[in-house]
Ligand binder design. Structure first.
Ligand SMILES: Cc1cc2nc3c(=O)[nH]c(=O)nc-3n(C[C@H](O)[C@H](O)[C@H](O)COP(=O)(O)OP(=O)(O)OC[C@H]3O[C@@H](n4cnc5c(N)ncnc54)[C@H](O)[C@@H]3O)c2cc1C
Length: 396
């Protein structure tokens, strides 16, 4: 056994004694994996989550979704995921409220504009619809933006947003309808490694035999990897976001300001929701910080001066786990058979349906899709990190 079985935890009497697949983490990654596994005919799937419903990053994010990034690896994976987002309501039989309001990648510096030129070539080669918004068209595309700061705008009309409450509710309902058992407030505390494989998980003293274990524990992925006696690349980091009070429609597309490391959009209720990345001392805390709020407010005002009088409505933080190249860690762990990860997610809301589909296909059929292969867990040991310039994340 690896990890410490704990004796004091209250155990839900209806927990099963075995499952074909145990998924550790009931955020959007875990639920997507569970849902797509059911579409491959897998039965007896169990999702265990330590926290409360939507308590992880999947209930705390900006909800922005895009099909294209700077490089081919991210673009291929996220194009698949964005395509899945547009089919998800139909597949789940639940309305996830994905709206294609478009997504604009904005450069403020000449070097970043050049990166967007290369990104547009990647998009064209991979069948992602994107186009540059000219200086003349910009006032119509983003009337309120401070045009003087914008060096280039690459627009992806198929991107958009989906409120996390709708997506999570839809996924959970479809999972449960397809027979998946989902338990919150149920932490996995240890793994059994008998026979060189992940053969069981423990919830306190309670043992659950598993055919396959998938870890999708967000900001806690590294702790789970430790409990399983394995190692995972990367570190946990906090991200903060902020909502401004509702105002008349001002910004239609979702936005990534690549140089300001910021992302935001205006919700259908009129709130401006987003955040910016401020490098800080790593810590596992969901407390919000005034400096981050001030930095976000500065980006809002630099780009949209009309927001000067608008009040802050809410401000919150979430934990994510990021890998050294910021790309996801997807697949079976090279050191322990039957232990899979969907980890390292910085854009894990946008990427969830695509990752869930590919992971489920790999577990159910053994076929590792070419869109998943670059994000293999051992890529750093092989000297094959995935370079990506089209993200808005600061290295700690
Ligand atoms: C402020 C903010 C803004 C963001 N904006 C965006 C965005 O606009 N677009 C985008 O694509 N992404 C965004 N992200 C990132 C995105 O939210 C995450 O990448 C994504 O939610 C990760 O999903 P997950 O299911 O892996 O993790 P989570 O949703 O965090 O779920 C992990 C779950 O694992 C559970 N868990 C932990 N330990 C255990 C254990 N021992 N046993 C059982 N369960 C356990 C936790 O309780 C948790 O519910 C943002 C994140 C934040 C915080």
């Amino acid at each position: 056994m690896s990890g410490k079985p704990m004796g004091t935890m209250a155990i839900n009497a209806s927990l099963p004694k075995k499952a074909s697949v145990v998924i550790v983490g009931g955020g959007i990654q875990g639920l997507c994996c569970a849902f797509y596994l059911t579409t491959f005919g897998i039965k007896d799937i169990l999702v265990l989550d330590a926290g409360y419903w939507q308590g992880g990053a999947s209930g705390r994010n900006g909800t922005l979704i895009r099909p294209g990034f700077g490089g081919p690896e991210w673009t291929e994976l996220f194009k698949l995921s964005c395509d899945e987002w547009s089919r998800l309501s139909r597949k789940l039989g639940e309305n996830v409220m994905f709206t294609k309001r478009g997504y604009s990648m904005i450069a403020e510096r000449a070097e970043t504009a050049a990166m967007l030129e290369r990104a547009a070539d990647v998009h064209r080669d991979l069948g992602v619809h994107s186009y540059f918004v000219s200086r003349e068209e910009l006032p119509r595309h983003l009337p309120a933006i401070n045009h003087r700061r914008v060096a280039a705008t690459l627009h992806l009309p198929d991107g958009g947003v989906a409120p996390h409450h709708a997506a999570m509710k839809g996924l959970r309902a479809a999972c449960e309808r397809n027979g998946v058992q989902v338990f919150y407030r149920t932490a996995v505390t240890a793994f059994d490694r008998t026979g060189g494989r992940a053969s069981a998980v423990y919830v306190g003293q309670y043992r659950i035999d598993a055919g396959t274990v998938v870890v999708a524990a967000g900001g806690q992925n590294l702790q789970l990897a430790d409990l399983a006696g394995t190692k995972l690349d990367g570190y946990s980091m906090r991200i903060e976001a902020m909502a401004l009070e509702p105002i008349r429609p001002l910004i239609k597309p979702a936005l990534a300001l690549i140089d300001s490391l910021a992302y935001f959009h205006q919700t259908s209720r009129g709130e401006i929701v987003g955040g910016t990345e401020v490098p800080e001392r790593p810590r596992m805390s969901l407390a919000t910080d005034l400096p981050v709020m001030a930095a976000t407010a500065k980006v809002y005002l630099d780009m949209f001066p009309q927001l000067a009088e608008v009040r802050v409505l809410r401000h919150w933080a979430g934990m994510i786990h990021v890998s050294s190249d910021f790309g996801p860690l997807l697949g079976e762990h090279p050191d322990l058979k039957d232990l899979w990860f969907s980890a390292g997610w910085s854009y894990g809301f946008a990427g969830a349906p695509g990752a869930g589909l590919l992971l489920a296909k790999a577990i159910a059929t053994g076929d590792i899709d070419s869109r998943m292969r670059p994000f293999a867990i051992d890529r750093f040991d092989r000297g094959k990190p995935v370079a990506e310039a089209g993200i808005v994340l600061a290295k700690n």
